[in-house]
Ligand binder design. Structure first.
Ligand code: PFF
Length: 454
């Protein structure tokens, strides 16, 4: 049995609710509000959403349970967790290490988008958003930000700076506090916006688009939906494992994991129900891509009586959502260095944050004309930013998901599994079956199809 006292009191969550809020803060982020709606738009709607929901239920939830559980029983960050529970097997340690590296890559480009949200927050406060009812003005504004090397680097620096400062403060007063308040505010605003969107003329078209049947769904879309389920729930790289390691023995793995998965899914679907009615009402294209949220939301909000305050609130919350996820991305390598090399939190967070910051530069200049942008796009078909996103979301996170499901399904002892998950016997049997067989086989199956091997 692993010694629970390896973490001090301040290294545990204050309450299970604090854990759920922080973990939901990690899960709910740009993935839900920025990425999921535009991916749904690009992949034709209904079938993509259905496949995404299926992935959440059949793969995401079991893996969430597995990660939180491994964290809780090992009381360690990924590499040490795998090592402790596998009698120091090098193979399993390597899996934890790949997760840490994945976190580095994701945060490096995630921070660039986090920077965009800060830029829009700044424009909202300074009343510099176009006071125009033409979508083109907003599309041009986003286009000029996307291409600007100077703005991207500046806001990426600010975003990474804030993320590092919060992680420096530690589990309770940094991560848990920001998670709790940020999530609450986000929920209130999203419900408010959804009520507004439901009064728009495009609402029924939007419902049909999000929940109806769609035409152009391919195996590549399936891989994207599956990969995005991992991205959105923060799975496959040890973020939930790390947060789970701050749980105490009395905390429940099953109920907390369920709450996190439900909150995340609810907000992703909610974001679609806010964005698409606006999109259809003003006659915009649902497949507008990464600019969707930055074009539609200010355009719609500024037509409303309290649009000035509304757009400030929206971008404040989008920045907060991005920040609570970024914190979890930085916490994984930070916890790794604290646990494995005995570094202080201050040193670990600063060094990891610094490296990720530098790694973000190629992403920050990806929208420009240079080598990292247009140059790579011409040779690879994707710029650096898109390649980093594609590699991590579609491949590294699902592969990490296979790893953790095999680990919990086959490697740890039945006693360890039963202590944490055995309270409901039928659910326990289903979870073990899913983790042992269904999850790994389904992921490999979709990957092979997407590669056109099958
Ligand atoms: N789940 C976050 C989002 O949806 O924006 C992104 C993310 C955070 C991915 C943490 C992976 C992770 F470990």
């Amino acid at each position: 049995m692993i010694d629970q006292e390896t973490r001090t009191v301040s290294n545990h969550w204050q309450s299970p609710l604090g854990f759920v809020a922080a973990a939901a803060g990690s899960a709910v982020g740009l993935g839900n509000i920025w990425k999921f709606p535009y991916m749904t738009g690009q992949n034709g709607g209904g079938t993509f959403v259905l496949f995404y929901l299926l992935s959440i239920v059949m793969l995401g939830f079991p893996i969430m349970v597995a990660e939180v559980m491994v964290g809780k029983i090992s009381q360690s960050s990924p590499v040490r967790a795998y090592s402790r529970l596998s009698n120091h097997s090098r193979l399993w340690q390597a899996l934890g290490f790949v997760g840490v590296m994945t976190g580095f890559i994701i945060l490096s480009y995630y921070s660039v988008v986090g920077g965009w949200t800060l830029h829009y927050l700044f424009l909202s406060v300074a009343r510099e958003l176009p006071q125009d009812s033409q979508p083109q003005a907003y599309a041009d504004l986003f286009g000029s930000l996307y291409q600007s090397v100077r703005l991207n680097i500046w806001w990426h620096s600010v975003f990474m700076g804030i993320t590092i400062l919060i992680v420096l403060r530690g589990v309770r007063s940094g991560i848990e506090w920001v998670g709790k308040w940020g999530m609450l505010a986000l929920l209130v605003l999203l419900v408010g916006l959804a009520i507004y969107s439901s009064t728009l003329p495009g609402f029924s078209t939007a419902l049909e688009f999000v929940f109806g049947h769609s035409e152009n769904f391919t195996w590549t879309s399936a891989l994207e939906a599956l990969g995005h389920a991992f991205f959105s729930l923060s799975l496959g790289m040890g973020a939930m494992l790390t947060y789970g390691s701050y749980l105490q023995r009395r905390d429940k793995v099953l109920t907390t994991s369920l709450a996190i998965a439900i909150a995340d899914t609810f907000i992703a679907i909610g974001a679609c129900l806010v964005l698409f009615p606006i999109t259809f009402s003003v006659g915009l294209e649902p497949a507008a891509g990464p600019g969707l949220v930055f074009i539609n939301i200010p355009l719609a909000l500024l037509q409303l009586p309290f649009g000035y305050i509304g757009s400030i609130l929206f971008f404040l919350l989008l920045s907060l959502a991005a920040l609570t996820s970024a914190i979890s991305l930085l916490e994984v390598p930070t916890a790794f260095l604290i646990d494995s090399l005995g570094w202080s939190r201050r040193l670990a967070a600063t060094v990891c944050g610094g490296i990720i910051y530098l790694l973000g530069f190629p992403s920050a200049v990806s929208g420009g004309e240079g080598f990292w942008g247009e140059g790579l796009k011409q040779t690879l078909g994707m710029n650096w930013f898109d390649s980093a996103d594609y590699l991590t979301t579609n491949w590294l996170l699902p592969l990490g998901g296979i790893g953790i499901s095999l680990f919990v399904g086959w490697r740890i002892t039945a006693e360890q599994r039963k202590t944490e998950l055995g309270s409901i016997p039928w659910l326990y049997s289903i979870l073990v079956l899913l983790l042992r067989w269904f999850v790994p086989i389904a992921i490999v199956f979709v990957m092979l199809h997407a590669l056109k091997v099958l």
